[in-house]
Design a protein around this ligand. Structure first.
Ligand code: ZN
Length: 337
């Protein structure tokens, strides 16, 4: 009989403890400043604390609002200690012109006497790279190498060369070449190389109906997305064609080029490298094909010289991002100037 009593008491105590800890971990209150600006915060079983937090956060939010054209986020983290105090950390981030200002404020909240003590404030600011976590200097010249018609057995070699020089590039792949080369697309994605769409079959689009053109584009987009989990955002039409019909049929920007290395024609690494080095300027988009050995060898010649001349080799999306040019669907871009 005694045993049962103590056992029930123990169970009761455990349930009571669970009840106690659950009590002040309820989320949440929400403060709205505008429709799209709000923060959720923990709700404590204490009106004084809730009011304090409400005022504090409202004030922080309105401070953000006065600072011009900043995008901001708020977030929090808190831990409850057995001594009935809560350590709360508020994180504020303001993002403007690629710079993040981070502000972390810590508070100790005493649930017994409702006292709130600010314990620490930390402010830092750092650059936020939207695409890569790699830093490029927007004031230094940058160009985009692009590779069409792959993937094939030679593409792997091109990826390794780019990686060795720690440079980026964009591959416009053909849907019909993806099967059997899925791991090459994965490798591109894992190395932050950009994958664009070069249609499914490489047939000339100018004679096709809008529906057929869309099929050529969508099929390839689906294949790329299925393998890499990334939706391609750039289209290079077969032969770089862009009639009015093509432009109105696709809902992606069309990226052509302004330096053609003619690598498919000459198969001479020296000639290919020279065709880049003799013409290259800031903002250029360079056309090559990753399916030829001569192209791979040309990269071994051209990339070190381009780096020596101060060029940053970026993906097409990065090029337009850093040049502050927004890409519109159905529009044609041959360079970023
Ligand atoms: Zn092509």
């Amino acid at each position: 009989m005694k045993k049962i009593f103590y056992l029930s008491l123990l169970i009761f105590l455990i349930l009571f403890l669970i009840y106690l800890t659950k009590d002040h971990e309820e989320i949440s209150n929400t403060i709205y400043l505008e429709d799209n600006i709000h923060i959720e915060f923990p709700s404590f079983s204490n009106r004084k604390i809730n009011n304090y937090l409400n005022n504090l956060l409202s004030q922080k939010l309105s401070n953000f609002k006065t600072s011009n054209k900043e995008t901001f986020f708020m977030d929090y983290d808190y831990t409850t200690s057995p001594t009935n105090t809560i350590a709360l950390k508020l994180y504020n981030y303001a993002l403007k012109d690629n710079i993040v200002k981070e502000n972390i404020t810590s508070y100790d909240i005493n649930l017994q006497d409702s006292r709130i003590t600010p314990t620490q404030t930390m402010s830092t600011s750092y650059e936020y790279d939207v695409y890569l976590g790699q830093e490029f200097d927007p004031d230094k010249p940058m160009i985009a190498l692009t590779f069409d018609d792959g993937p094939n057995y030679n593409t792997n070699k091109i990826i390794d060369i780019l990686n060795n020089f720690k440079v980026k590039a964009t591959f416009f792949v053909l849907g019909q070449n993806i099967e059997g080369h899925e791991e090459i697309l994965t490798k591109m994605a894992n190395n932050n190389l950009e994958i664009g769409n070069h249609t499914y079959s490489h047939k000339l689009l100018t004679k096709m109906s809008p529906e057929k053109i869309q099929e050529e584009v969508n099929k390839t987009n689906d294949l790329i997305t299925n393998i890499t989990s990334k939706q391609p955002t750039l289209l290079r039409t077969s032969y770089g064609s862009f009639t009015k019909k093509i432009r109105s049929s696709v809902d992606m920007p069309i990226i052509i080029w302004n330096i053609d290395t003619l690598d498919w024609k000459y198969h001479s690494s020296e000639r290919i490298a020279n065709s880049i080095l003799s013409k290259v300027k800031d903002g250029d988009i360079i056309l090559m094909h990753d399916i030829y050995n001569a192209t791979a060898n040309a990269l071994e010649i051209a990339i070190p010289k381009l780096l020596e001349q101060g060029y940053q080799l970026v993906t097409v999306s990065e090029l337009f991002y850093y040049k502050n040019i927004s890409l519109e669907k159905g529009q044609v871009y041959s360079n970023a100037k």
